[in-house]
Design a protein. Sequence first.
Length: 344
Amino acid sequence: MSPVSLTHLSEKPLSQVLTLTKWYQVENAQLHLKDKAPLRQQGIFISVFGDELTAMSAVALLSFAAQYKVVVSSLCLYQPDSQLPAGLVLHSDSHLSDTMMSEFRHGLRGVAADQGLQGTCITNPADLKQKGLMVMDMDSTAITIECIDEIARLAGVYDEVASVTAQAMAGKLAFNDSLHQRVGKLEGVELSLIQTLKDDLPLMPGIQALCHILKSHDWHLVIASGGFTWFAEALQKPLQLDAYYANELEISDNRLTGHVIGDIVNAQRKADILSDIRAKLALPKHQCVAIGDGANDLVMMAEAGIGIAVHGKPKVVAQADAAICQGSLLQVLYLLAIPAKSDD
């Protein structure tokens, strides 16, 4: 096969030029078909996805990487699921310090956004085809709403509760304190008032399909939420959850008392849940994924092999390994199905 020149192709879609899941060696923006895929345990992988990828997109990414002295040795066009457009992954044997990796990711998100794409840089990516663990937040992650805010709306105290929620999720207020403040304002709310909310929780687009695919590959799925068991239990069947952990609302005479029962599921508790389940399943860290949107998810995300911010607050997006800021959560597959080889 003759070399492919990216600079001469300009706006031509890569899907018309490259063969899916085939790796190409990169030399001065010239592509040569390779015999072998890189090992996932070696170097760094730059994954970008979103709109249709063009040769110009690839050139922009190669140019950006070169600014950080990241030498891209190969790239691959891949499509993790038929419902998703093809994504592009670039591989480099370069090494970046933690500080440089953070800077690189931040810059990469900007370059990708300029191309109508999303992207990140990861090391030792998880392998979808191997057993793994995904721990997810519930409110504004697995579902599109904050349940406590919606209860407050039904109870007529929405503004008071939502303002506290916003402070907590932005990391401006200790989570335990914020939870007690918010739940206290719900004293006297009848269960019948919130049953309709529980019966029709709006799932985040793509989460159900993502969970279905992960379960088909023997992944363990868990919710670890600062929300409430009352709602988490309703997600067990549609998301095929193996377990869920959340705060328990105290109920008396079919009304909320304004208190929670037992230990609070806060940031550290979420991280401990992930760590404990990982140990129980004897999984390597890189096979553990955490997804969330709020500041109280960051400790859990740091405990995972990859922490993914989904429609996250700015602080969370900045600190996460990866971020999906628009579109379906099925896009998580771009980070789990990189067609690299495992070192068996």
